[in-house]
Design a protein. Sequence first.
Length: 546
Amino acid sequence: METTLTATGTDDLLDGFAPHTPDDTATYRDAGVFRDQPLWQMLADAAVARPDAPAITDTATSTTLSYRDFHDAVQCRATGFAMSGLRPGQRVILQQNNSADFAVTFFGLLRAGVIPVMALPAHRIAEIAHLAETSGAVGYLTDDDRYGFDYRTLAAELVDRVPSVMSVYINGDAGRFRPTPNATPNTDLLPGTGDPNAPALMLVSGGTTGLPKLIARTHNDYDYNARRSAEVAELTADDVALVVLPAAHNFPLCCPGLLGTVFVGGHTIFTTNPAPDNTFDLIEDHQITTTALVPALAQMWAAAAEWEPADTGSLRLLQVGGAKLARPDAITLDGAFPDAVQQVFGMAEGLICYTRLDDDRDTVHSTQGRPMSELDDVRVVDERGEDVPDGVDGELLVKGPYTIRGYYRAGERGAASFTPDGYYRSGDQVRRLPSGHLVVTGRIKDTIVRAGENVAADDIEDRLLAHPAVFQAAIVGLPDPTLGESICATVVLASDAVPPSLADIRAFLTDAGLAAFKLPDRLATVSALPVTAVGKIDKRALVAQL
């Protein structure tokens, strides 16, 4: 006999969650967009349809699980979570590197009705503690020290900082904590289908103001995200997908990523090493057909294609997203991997745009794609919030079946990102073409996009101002041919202060618990920061000075 979500767990989970309106939900259900089934059902279906087909491969351990094995491992993991005391509706932080164990744990949490909060491997205590406090997490799942950082040390600091985190599970050498649990499958201990319009998982925002916000994605909307992405990518059971980017990102997780590949019954290959000398061999050995990269990594691959001897001819689809892929880089990449490039532009909050496989190559090279769903309601507006005609730059607003209606427990800070009638303010400046394709022309929010990661300037500034030598600080993004944007810390020194070096600043911010991808690449010392007429720091003028 199956159980359902406990009332207590569900009520607590929904506290601070902004669902779609009942009318919109009915519209999406009638359109066949919402299937009203749990997200984990796609794996159960694949295990029935293709039990002996390869499902996931971990290149670090040379382990491959068939769909039957994968599903069985998930059932064991889910039962283990239930027997260890985790309950449906509770939240846990999931911070694991790319591996088969990540996939088993992710689906195991879904099957147990527990909500994974998808932290990135690069996050450190500042971000992890914030995510745990905001979500009310009761647990933390992570790796040992095999990936060059001892996550058990972070776990020890987390349980000291956040009292709600009562359970820590470690993949590998658990040390003082529990090993990741497994138990003989027992569906009596697992929940039933639950509410398909309740949160299934929580993604982490790139961060436009301060620490990252939580993005609660439901079973219905994320299931559609995976299915529609797989359709646009024309995925089939014959596809072999290489996950190179951190799998907790929305892009490699569900666009179409791991979930889209599971939906069609394809084969997913995990690696933690994105370098061409590793990945090109994997493409040849496994006959990889699709993968997803950020522009900086795509540039590296394009350059390496001239000298790496591996045969990459099986690669039919090379998705590039996370930041704008410049036209010259798209052309170069298409030359290195003939006509394989697909531009992807989107956000963990919802909207995903793709160039289509039948678009002409000029469209692929010069645009960031068009919305994947006919139900995506996209507006491009000026500073007054009024719609602008095609061909004119403006801010991108969106709502639709897989775009959230509010951040999770973000209060007024999160509400500012949404219009009163439910559109998400993306902060992206775009120009829409008559074809519906979008060209990204800039950012409106104070965010730096470094190597595909969105970095909120004030997240760094708040910590930098605590440095004893710093009187004022401004973080700006500077154009960079490899990173897209580099992070420049511009400081006014306190009187009589000894000027710190860039290494000093980076070490100080690391000690403050800041993730490595947020550390400044450059340091500039100025006598004063330029200001606007109303006294705010004028970052445009500052960038022009640097």
